[in-house]
Design a protein around this ligand. Structure first.
Ligand code: AHR
Length: 526
């Protein structure tokens, strides 16, 4: 068995845990909205047409912000189509997904659903076929209290209180040739700057996200961010990042190390944003909104040619069924996002339901958790307080795509208010790893939860027929003299919750720290 040491120390603080890192994404795509969150006639439906079973799972998932309504969809969307009396809402062609949009769900319904789910809505404006005026219009409709044409229209439509949407995306993936209204970096930078400046004239406290790159493999990656930020720096707060990963041609080893690409992505964008910052002599740093990330088997989607034929309503698109290995990668991507909490202040798991989602549904039938649900829900629940970036001493394994990859990766959080802590670990390798975690500096008293996601078959999935085939299981983690010992199965993700040491007096706590300091050399030689 391989071994690894993880040394956690309060001096390794990165930043407070950003709740918005646990965001997700609802796009008018496939069955994410229709028969996903919304399905009149479903046995669990509420008076607004929302599925109660899905709402319960969304709450359990612990999602913070939800990006809406796209995605590629937003670049051809007219927000006005989705407000007002249902019977008068037009049906439109959605060019992005070759589907028919009925507009039964729009801004007011989505904002209402977010309130029920306990989530913060994050809205994208259309900068594909539209521009400054339409962005201002939807902002006035959504956020102005009343007494203007558009805010009064919202009130008349039944939303008496403003939706008070704080985060706004200035278009979507405008660097992608597939995007309706695709622009060059120069063109987009100018449009984003104008739109953002005007939106901030309405409300300077808005948080605005400029489109960054749709992937680190884009030929314009890096240069796009530079050009866009040079144009829009004064008016925007975030630059977006999007990344999807999949196992290519049976290369599980590379796939399990996908977070190395995410790390490279984040560090490149930070370097570029800081280059622009210093070049323009700005004090304020730009944050990253990693507002699309996940495992997505894009090659299956492309092969199936599934851009639907005949403009169907809510076709089955991008309904990836996730395996244990996929969930391990999701858990490891979350570790990477947390480790960069100083700059990644918002992120959205794309997407929420049915469409590459952690939640699946059948029309008229059940809803269930995909494997990827578990690392997300557990991290969102246990990561509280300050993010700590531990020292990880581990062996490496060779990958075709990412070179030598560390077998074990980890991040920790520590809540100074309660004294509790959490450690999240991934074992990317095909062999088990015995890990010793030195938490002596945290002064914790015991392991209150130890949960692992692993399976003898890394390709095991949850399906309608077997919705609970894959679950988290309790594992053994022992805290002795400030060292937690835990065995990480091959291809696994693990979360440990550490309870505060209530019983230790300050003197005996200091004592145990001295004693533990003497054992640390051993911990680090492993
Ligand atoms: O999440 C699916 C699609 O991926 C989104 O619509 C788009 O923004 C990205 O390319």
């Amino acid at each position: 068995m391989a071994t690894a040491n993880v040394i956690v120390d309060r001096s390794q603080g990165v930043a407070p845990v950003q709740r918005r890192v646990f965001g997700s994404f609802v796009e008018h795509l496939g069955r994410c909205v229709y028969t996903g969150i919304y399905e009149p006639g479903h046995p669990t439906v509420d008076e607004h047409g929302f599925r109660g079973d899905v709402l319960a799972l969304v709450r359990e998932l612990g999602v913070s912000t939800i990006r809406y309504p796209g995605g590629n969809f937003v670049s051809g969307y007219r927000w006005e189509d989705g407000v007002g009396p249902l019977a008068q809402r037009p049906r439109r062609l959605d060019l992005a997904w070759h589907s028919l949009e009925t507009n039964e769900v729009g801004l007011d319904e989505f904002a209402g659903w977010c309130r029920l789910a306990g989530c913060e809505p994050m809205l994208a404006v259309n900068l594909g076929t539209r521009g400054v005026q339409e962005a201002l219009d939807v902002l006035e409709y959504a956020n102005h209290p009343g007494g203007t044409a558009l805010s009064d229209q919202r009130v008349a439509n039944g939303s008496t209180e403003p939706h008070d949407i704080r985060m706004w995306c200035l278009g979507n993936e405008m660097d992608g040739p597939w995007q309706v209204g695709h622009l060059s970096a120069g063109e987009y930078g100018a449009l984003a700057a104008k739109t953002a400046a005007a939106m901030k004239m309405v409300d300077p406290t808005l948080e605005l996200v400029a489109c960054g790159s749709s992937g680190s493999q884009m030929p314009t990656f890096g240069e796009w961010e530079r050009v866009v930020l040079e144009a829009a720096y004064d008016h925007v707060d975030y630059i977006s990042a999007h990344a999807y990963y999949q196992e290519h041609d049976g290369d599980l080893d590379s796939f399990l190390a996908s977070s190395l690409d995410m790390e490279y992505f984040i560090e490149t964008v930070v370097a570029t944003a800081d280059h622009v910052r210093y070049k323009l002599r700005k004090e304020r740093a730009i944050a990253i909104s990693f507002d699309e990330w996940n495992v997505w088997y894009q090659s299956r989607f492309e092969k199936s040619g599934t851009i639907a034929e005949g403009w169907p309503v809510a076709p089955r698109l991008l309904e990836d069924v996730y395996s244990v290995a996929d969930a391990v990668v999701v858990g490891s991507l979350l570790i990477t996002l947390l480790k960069h909490s100083d700059r990644v202040r918002s992120a959205s798991l794309a997407q929420l339901v049915n469409v590459i989602g952690p939640i699946m549904t059948e029309p008229g039938g059940p809803a269930w958790r995909q494997t990827t649900f578990f690392p997300f829900a557990t991290t969102a629940r246990l990561a509280v307080g300050q993010v700590l970036k531990p020292r990880v001493e581990t062996g490496t394994y060779a990958t075709a795509r990412h070179g030598d990859a560390p077998m074990v990766d980890a991040v920790a959080t520590h809540d100074a208010a309660t004294g509790s802590a959490a450690v999240f670990l991934v074992n990317r390798s095909r062999e088990a790893a015995g890990v010793r975690i030195d938490v002596s500096d945290l002064g914790v008293g015991g392991v209150s939860e130890a949960l692992t996601l692993a399976d003898a078959d890394p390709y095991a999935t949850n399906t309608r027929e077997q919705p609970d085939r894959v679950q988290l299981r309790a594992t053994t983690a022992v805290l002795t003299d400030g060292l937690v010992s835990v065995e990480l199965p091959p291809v696994s993700w693990t979360a440990l919750a550490l309870a505060p040491s209530a019983e230790l007096s300050p003197i005996s706590a200091a004592h145990s720290r001295v004693r533990l300091a003497t054992t640390r050399w051993w911990g680090s030689r492993g």
